[in-house]
Design a protein around this ligand. Structure first.
Ligand code: GRF
Length: 194
């Protein structure tokens, strides 16, 4: 069966991108990355993609007058590469509703909390401040409201008494690297419909 073509959108380090790159090296994995787009020039994630011989493009949001114009450039690059599923992986821009209308049920994101708890940014600081005993990560479909789309899969970790945000983030990141490829596999194998 043909592999599902992924476009991965990043803004930085790209460790989740790396987990997808690594998963795709397994001949049995039902997806392949055909394009990596970064909105920030020269980030580590671009180097990771180039090392894996994956096409990359930088579409710098600062070069566009509006969010719509930026999202149209994203759409054009994704279409040109015949992407079928868009994976946001540390992509620090909110995509517009009109972009999502062009990609219905075809945009997914990974978020470092057990959604619907702790949407948004500075998640780990807020988790520790709240005193909750478990946190984790979520892969979800992207809808116009931030971090609110249908949940595809999650993993949980304990929050320990002496955790700081960095320690907790690292514990969760290990799980992110497991569940993002898993979610892509589920979608590619059509075991999970959104
Ligand atoms: C991850 O924690 C992800 O959940 C969040 O942003 C971070 C990106 O990390 N959306 P990386 O760039 O994949 O290393």
């Amino acid at each position: 069966m043909a592999k599902l073509k992924l476009g991965v959108l990043i803004s930085g380090r790209g460790s989740n991108l790396q987990s997808l790159i690594d998963a795709c090296t397994n001949p049995d994995f039902p997806a392949e990355i055909v394009l990596v787009i970064s909105n920030i020039p020269n980030v580590q994630g671009l180097e990771r993609a180039q090392k894996a011989s994956i096409s990359t493009v930088t579409i710098n949001h600062k070069d566009f007058e509006s969010r719509d114009a930026f999202d149209q450039a994203l759409d054009a690059a994704l279409c040109e590469a015949t992407v079928e599923l868009v994976c946001l992986a540390g992509f620090m821009r909110i995509v517009t509703a009109s972009f999502l209308e062009k990609w219905p049920h075809k945009v997914i994101n990974i978020h470092p909390s057990l959604l619907p708890a702790f949407k948004g940014i500075h998640v780990h600081e807020r988790v520790i401040e709240a005193g909750v005993k478990f946190s984790g990560c979520t892969v979800h479909r992207v809808v116009p409201e931030m971090d609110a789309g249908p949940i595809i899969t999650q993993a949980s970790v304990p929050v320990l008494d002496d955790d700081d945000a960095d320690i907790l983030a690292a514990r969760i990141l290990e799980k992110e690297h497991v569940i993002y490829p898993l979610a892509v596999r589920l979608i590619a194998e059509e075991r999970k419909i959104g």
